[in-house]
Design a protein around this ligand. Structure first.
Ligand SMILES: Cc1cc2nc3c(=O)[nH]c(=O)nc-3n(C[C@H](O)[C@H](O)[C@H](O)COP(=O)(O)O)c2cc1C
Ligand SMILES: O=C(O)C(=O)c1ccccc1
Length: 387
C-alpha cells in the first residue's frame, strides 16, 4: 500500500538504469514553461492567462506560499493510504480533474485523452459543458472511470434538462454547477489577440450535438455555423441565475450537486440551505474577478461554516504535492487540479496527463509521509504554520 503512488519515484530511478529519463519534467511547477514551448501562442495564452492584471492569479500562489508545513518525526508513517470517500464512493486519492473546456486547442485527442488518463488512475474527471467532445464520446473514453459533469447553466430550461439527462444516462454521477463564469471576465491576453475559442467552434460539441439546442436553431449548425455559435454564446453566457432557481436543478438531478466558485462563507451556507451537497471553493484560477482574494484564504472560513453539512472541495493555484497537503489541512476534502494537467495534455496527450497526475500523487504521498502523516484525514490546520 505504502508505495502505491510514491512508487512512481522508484520506477523513474529504475528506468534511469536502462538509460531512460522521464519524457516530461517531474517538477510540476515547470510545466507551464514546458507547455509554452509546444503550444500555439493563442492556446498557451488562453490556458495560462487570467483576468485583468493577474492580481488574483498571483494571490492564489501567495496564499499557498504563506503557509508552511511543520514536519513531525518518528510517527511511523510508512504505510500510507490516500483513499478518500466522496458521496459514498471511494477514490484512490483526494484529487479530481477540474472541469476545463476547449481542450482541443492544446491537443487533438482533447478530452478523450484526459478521460483515459483519469480513468486509468481511478480519479474522477469533471467534464466541462464547454468540452470539445460530446458527453457520449467522453463517457466511452472514460469507460469504468468515475466521472462528474460540470454545468454552465443554460438560460433555456429545455436545453438544461436535455444536457443533464444526457450526462446522467452517460454515467456522470455528480453535478458541479459553476457560478462564477456567467460571463467571461476582461482577459487582456486573449483580447490582445482577439482570441476566443468558441467563436472558432472549439468547445461547443455538447450543445451542437444536443437535440434541444438544435431545436432552437432555424438552420442546423452544419448549414449555418456562425448563427449556431451566436446562439451558443447567448445560451451559456450573459445570464446570471438566482439562488431560488437552484430548486430547478435539484429537481432535474437526483445525484450530488456542488456549487463551484464559492468564495464567501454566507454563499456556502446558502448552498447548504438550498439543498446542495457540496461547494468548490474556487476563484476559477484567477480568471474571473481580478483583485479577488486568493482562493486558499477563503477556504478555512468556509470549511468551518459548512464542513459538517457539505463536502468542501477546493481549486485555484494548486501546483504540486505540498499545495495539495496545505489545501487538505485547511479544510478541503479533496482538490481539483486545473492548469497543470492541461499542460500535460499539451505536452504529451494521454501520457502527459497521466505523468502529471502520477507525479502529483507521488509527490503528495511522499510529502505526507515525510511530514509524519499516514492519511489525508489526519491533516488539520495544526500541521501548518503561517509564516
Ligand atoms: C483553459 C481553462 C478552461 C477552463 N474551463 C472551465 C470550464 O469549462 N468550466 C469550469 O467550471 N471551470 C473552468 N476552468 C476553471 C477550472 O475548473 C479551475 O477552477 C481552475 O483552472 C483552477 O485554477 P488553477 O488552474 O490555477 O489550478 C477553466 C480553466 C482553464 C485554465
Ligand atoms: O475559460 C474559462 O475559464 C472557462 O471557464 C470557459 C468558459 C466557457 C467556455 C470554455 C471555458
Amino acid at each position: 500500500m505504502a508505495e502505491r503512488f510514491g512508487g512512481y519515484q522508484n520506477e523513474i530511478y529504475l528506468q534511469g538504469l536502462a538509460g531512460t529519463t522521464p519524457a516530461f519534467t517531474t517538477d510540476l511547477t515547470a510545466l507551464e514553461e514546458a507547455a509554452k514551448a509546444v503550444l500555439t501562442p493563442e492556446a498557451f495564452g488562453y490556458v495560462a492567462g487570467s483576468a485583468g492584471a493577474g492580481a488574483t492569479a498571483r494571490a492564489n500562489r501567495e496564499a499557498f506560499d504563506r503557509w508552511k508545513i511543520v514536519p513531525r518525526m518518528l510517527t511511523d508513517a510508512t504505510d500510507r493510504d490516500l483513499t478518500t470517500t466522496l458521496f459514498d464512493a471511494e477514490i484512490p486519492a483526494p484529487v479530481l480533474l477540474a472541469p476545463v473546456g476547449v481542450q482541443s486547442i492544446v491537443h487533438p485527442d482533447a478530452e478523450l485523452a484526459t478521460a483515459r488518463a483519469a480513468a486509468g488512475l481511478g480519479l474522477p474527471m469533471i467534464l466541462s459543458t464547454a468540452s470539445s467532445r460530446t458527453i457520449e464520446q467522453v463517457a466511452e473514453a472514460s469507460g469504468d472511470g468515475p466521472r462528474w459533469f460540470q454545468l454552465y447553466w443554460p438560460n433555456d430550461p429545455d436545453v438544461c434538462a436535455s444536457i443533464l439527462d444526457r450526462a446522467r444516462k452517460a454515467g456522470f454521477t455528480a453535478l458541479v454547477v459553476t457560478l462564477d463564469t456567467w460571463t467571461l471576465a476582461w482577459r487582456p491576453r486573449d483580447l490582445d489577440r482577439s482570441y476566443l475559442p468558441f467563436i472558432r467552434n472549439e468547445g461547443t460539441a455538447i450543445a451542437m450535438s444536443d437535440p434541444a439546442f438544435r431545436a432552437r436553431l432555424q438552420k442546423t449548425p452544419e448549414e449555418d455555423q456562425p448563427m449556431a455559435l451566436l446562439q451558443w454564446i447567448g445560451m451559456f453566457t450573459g445570464t446570471d441565475h438566482s439562488w431560488s432557481q437552484l430548486a430547478v436543478l435539484r429537481e432535474l438531478w437526483d445525484g450530488p450537486i456542488l456549487l463551484k466558485g464559492i468564495q464567501h462563507a454566507d454563499d456556502a451556507r446558502r448552498a447548504a440551505d438550498a439543498g446542495m451537497n457540496g461547494v468548490v471553493v474556487s476563484n476559477h484560477g484567477g480568471r474571473q474577478v481580478d483583485g479577488a482574494l486568493g482562493a486558499l484564504e477563503a477556504l478555512p472560513g468556509i470549511a468551518q461554516a459548512v464542513g459538517d453539512r457539505l463536502e468542501v472541495l477546493f481549486d485555484s493555484g494548486v501546483r504540486n504535492g505540498s499545495d495539495l497537503l496545505k489545501a487538505l489541512a485547511l479544510g478541503a476534502k479533496a482538490v481539483l487540479l486545473g492548469r497543470p494537467y492541461v499542460y500535460g495534455l499539451g505536452l504529451g496527450g494521454e501520457d502527459g496527463v497521466r505523468h502529471v497526475l502520477r507525479s502529483l500523487l507521488a509527490e503528495f504521498d511522499l510529502t505526507l509521509g515525510l511530514a509524519g502523516h499516514r492519511t489525508p484525514g489526519e491533516l488539520t490546520p495544526e500541521v501548518l504554520v503561517r509564516g
